[in-house]
Design a binder for this molecule. Structure first.
Ligand code: FES
Length: 325
């Protein structure tokens, strides 16, 4: 289901690290933007200078507990990815006064207020929904523990906020100097029945799930969020021909098929955007290269048959993909 869209204004821009900028958003009429729960995100729509429609997903970081945000404003943080035109364009052109189009808050990664103990795990820019959750558990006086891992301390956006909010219940882990975090030891130290929330690279999410499984955790006690497929170094741009609607669109290397279709004003079915729910698979009519299946919904036989593709995460390693859409 496509969320309802409306305009927001960029009210302020603040660099957080050399790669990450924070954007304060407000309603054009000065009224309050819609409320949301910790972990929510929005779709952001805008047009590139060459006319290409863009769509990206960003977590809402919210009113900062350490500063006084105007009521009803939103904050998002955007990491500039060298291979992704969208984030580079945001860093280059998004300035105060610019009008953007965005969705109402979407809640696919909620923290459960019934948790006896919450474990918050953030990797890199995955801190954005986790910071909202940290603020939520800290304000409510809940039992929690948090770890924030990145390749260097300089890459840790919101480091000071995390240290202040988490206090003795949080730690920063610099993989550049400390190596990989021992997730089995970390999760083993948590109280029985804890629920983990993890956001970051797909490799971190999988490592947390593997560590939890090795400790006998119920898989439902590990909740995660990743926005679309993590770009792979060998991803290429390709054309997607939509046979039923008679359109052909270019899917850039740094974008998903689903985002490309949505940005072009089409309304494909989707929900999770993580390759899990099974709402988005589309019949494949032809492909001039191998399909890169990255979902966890299709069976091994369905993947091998190559007749269907989860367009939220999977893509083509070739030039032309023809879909029955
Ligand atoms: S949107 Fe859920 S599998 Fe693609």
């Amino acid at each position: 289901m496509r969320p309802r869209l409306f305009d927001v204004l960029v009210a302020a821009v603040r660099p957080l690290t050399p790669q990450v900028n924070e954007y304060l958003l407000r309603a054009p009429d000065g009224g309050p933007l819609p409320a949301y729960e910790a972990g929510a995100h929005i779709e952001l729509h805008w047009t590139m200078p060459d006319g290409e429609p863009m769509l990206r997903h960003y977590s809402l970081i919210g009113g900062d507990a350490l500063r006084d945000d105007p009521p009803g404003t939103w904050r998002i943080a955007v990491q500039r990815e060298d291979r992704a035109r969208g984030s580079a364009d945001i860093h280059r052109r998004f300035v105060p006064g610019m009008t953007l189009t965005c969705s109402h808050p979407l809640h696919h990664f909620r923290i459960d207020r019934r948790d006896g103990h919450s474990v918050l795990i953030a990797g890199g820019i995955g801190i954005t929904p986790i910071l909202s959750m940290l603020r939520s558990v800290a304000r409510r006086g809940c039992s929690f523990d948090m770890v924030y891992t990145a390749r260097s301390a300089e890459r840790m956006a919101y480091r000071q906020e995390v240290e202040t909010l988490a206090g003795t219940h949080g730690r920063l882990h610099d993989t550049g100097t400390q190596g990989r975090l021992d997730l089995i030891a970390y999760l083993a130290a948590q109280p029985a029945g804890a629920t983990a929330y993890v956001c970051g690279p797909a490799s971190l999410i999988q490592a947390v799930k593997d560590a939890a499984a090795s400790l006998g955790w119920d898989p439902a006690r590990v909740r995660s969020e990743t926005f679309a497929a993590a770009p792979s170094a060998d991803d290429v741009g390709f054309d997607v021909e939509l046979r039923a609607s008679g359109r052909t669109l270019r899917v850039p290397a740094g974008a998903t098929i689903l985002d490309t279709l949505t940005a072009a004003g089409l309304h494909p079915l989707y929900d999770c955007r993580r390759g899990e729910c099974g709402l988005c698979p589309v019949p494949v009519l032809a492909a001039d290269g191998p399909l890169r299946h990255r979902d966890r919904y299709l069976s091994a036989d369905e993947r091998a048959a190559g007749k269907s593709l989860c367009i939220c995460v999977s893509r083509l390693q070739g030039d032309l993909l023809v879909l029955d859409a």
